[in-house]
Design a protein around this ligand. Structure first.
Ligand code: PRP
Length: 184
């Protein structure tokens, strides 16, 4: 397939096939966990949009599907890391079993905030499903209940993940060439 994005990719980390297989495994595990219940899948925009779409189709449960957007200040510079909600969940979460769907768990600031926020709003349970887990960067004590892949501390893009809002539509996950972000 022709691509204007691939020239910036150093190497593929996870191929389309590897992603498909792993997302199916996650979908089956979550299905078994929530069979007979009605969980609420909560995708955190924008990075989770492709993973969310594939995961909920790999997990044929009776469920609700919602999204939130948050932005963090200073996450890149390891400063305040304050989280701001830019689009809140639309449904009442009181008594609900929430499945947070993320593309990547990095410092943990976003998910630490969201778990507390949802529990404070009365959720019955909150679990975390992340496609990628980058434990080397963690500053908050937060662990995923389900993680697709562990990743090294490299700049990964594709399958929803961006650099400067680009590469989200790359169909696999790749490592960005350093010259793309060096000197920026
Ligand atoms: C990314 C990712 C997570 C968060 C993880 O979002 O989607 O939400 O960072 O980082 P943390 O563990 O250090 O909090 P980003 O703010 O880049 O926005 P995006 O999803 O729109 O790309």
């Amino acid at each position: 397939m022709k691509s204007e994005l691939e020239k910036d990719i150093l190497k593929a980390l996870f191929t389309e096939e590897e992603l498909r297989d792993r997302v199916h495994e996650l979908g089956e595990a979550i299905y078994d966990r929530f069979r007979g219940k009605k969980p609420l899948f909560l995708g955190i925009l924008k990075g989770s949009f492709i993973f969310m779409a594939d995961l909920v189709r790999a997990c044929q449960l009776d469920c609700d599907i919602e999204f939130m957007s948050v932005s963090s200040y200073g996450a890149g510079t390891e400063s305040s890391g304050r989280i701001n909600i830019t689009h809140d969940i639309e449904q009442d979460v009181t008594g609900r079993d929430i499945v947070i769907v993320e593309d990547i768990l990095d410092s943990g600031r976003t998910l630490a905030f969201l778990v507390n926020y949802l529990k404070a709003k009365g959720a019955a349970s909150v679990i975390i499903v992340t496609l990628l887990d980058k434990p080397a960067r963690r500053v908050k004590s937060v662990e995923a209940d389900y993680a697709g892949f562990m990743v090294p501390d490299e700049f990964v893009v594709g399958y929803g993940l961006d650099y400067g809002q680009k590469y989200r539509n790359l169909p696999y996950i790749g490592v960005l060439k350093p010259e793309v972000y060096e000197g920026v």
